[in-house]
Structure formats: C-alpha cells, structure tokens
Design a protein around this ligand. Structure first.
Ligand code: 4NP
Length: 155
C-alpha cells in the first residue's frame, strides 16, 4: 500500500505528515511519501522549523526533498491525503476519473470525521504554528495507523 501526503510547497506540512505516519507503520508494508501542488520548492529540504519540531519528537525528516504532485501520482498511490481544501481542489483538478477522486482525502477528516478542517499553513507564522501542525498531524496519523494495523485499509 502506498500513501501520498500533499500540501502546497511540500516543505512544511506534508513532510511532517510523511515523517509522522512513517514512524507509526511497518515500512515493509506501507510506503509513505509526500509532494506539493506548487512545485515552487522542488528539490529543497523541509523548512527548518518542520525539521526542528520533528526532531523534538524523535523523527528525522531532513533527508526529504520537495517534489511537485503530478497526475501520474494517481496511478502510483492508493491514498492521497490533502492538508487543506485548496490542496484538495488542486489535486482533484488533475484527476482522470471517479476512481482517482476517491483516493483523495482531507487528512483531518481521519481525526475529525466529516469536518473538512484544514491543517493551517504555518509558513508565514512562528514556531507555535509548527507545533500546532505537528500535534494535529500526529492525531490524524494515529487514526490512519490504527486503521492500517486493523487492516481497515487492506488492499
Ligand atoms: P507547505 O507550506 O504547503 O505546508 O509546504 C508552504 C510553503 C511555502 C509556501 C507556502 C506554503 N510558499 O508560498 O512559498
């Protein structure tokens, strides 16, 4: 099973989502990666503030590099998690069919079903924003990991 975490720049939120979920699942069974809809930061490391908050929680995301989300990602992944509604719309705009669209989910709907809550973009804020994002993603990834471990997502 392959899961893709997607935000705008793939330097703040989705690298954290990737690192957090990876820390909770068996990497032999579940591949977790991330991408950004914009491509503006392609090839860059995660934002220093994301690296730092991950580090504080014993997760190393420093080897990740940003890449742009592409339409062929629908063929490569079973589940695609959007961090916010804008990411969701940008991802779905590249879909080819209903099957593609069904793969796309708002990540906070895992911890807050049907809420369509956004993971706030922390880029222009301070360190508090990154801690807040970490905590939200940690909560959502706990739910995803328990579904995976209960085989709810078995494919
Ligand atoms: P991300 O945050 O989508 O969580 O990676 C952002 C990173 C960069 C920019 C915006 C959001 N930017 O405008 O460069």
């Amino acid at each position: 099973m392959k899961i893709l975490m997607v935000c705008l720049g793939n330097i703040c939120r989705s690298p954290l989502a990737e690192g957090i979920l990876k820390s909770k699942v068996d990497s032999n069974k579940i591949i977790v990666e991330s991408a950004g809809t914009s491509g503006h930061h392609s090839g860059e490391k995660p934002d220093r503030r994301s690296i730092d908050i991950a580090d504080k929680n014993d997760i190393d995301i420093s080897a990740q590099r940003s890449r742009k989300f592409v339409a062929s990602d629908f063929n490569s992944y079973d589940l695609i998690y959007a961090m916010d509604e804008s990411n969701y719309n940008n991802i779905v705009a590249l879909s080819k069919n209903e099957e593609d669209i069904k793969k796309v989910k708002m990540i906070l709907n895992e911890s807050h079903p049907n809420s369509n809550f956004n993971v706030p973009d922390p880029y222009y804020g301070g360190d508090d924003g990154f801690k807040n994002v970490f905590d939200m993603l940690d909560e959502a990834c706990n739910v995803i990991a328990s579904k995976i471990n209960d085989d709810d997502y078995a494919r």
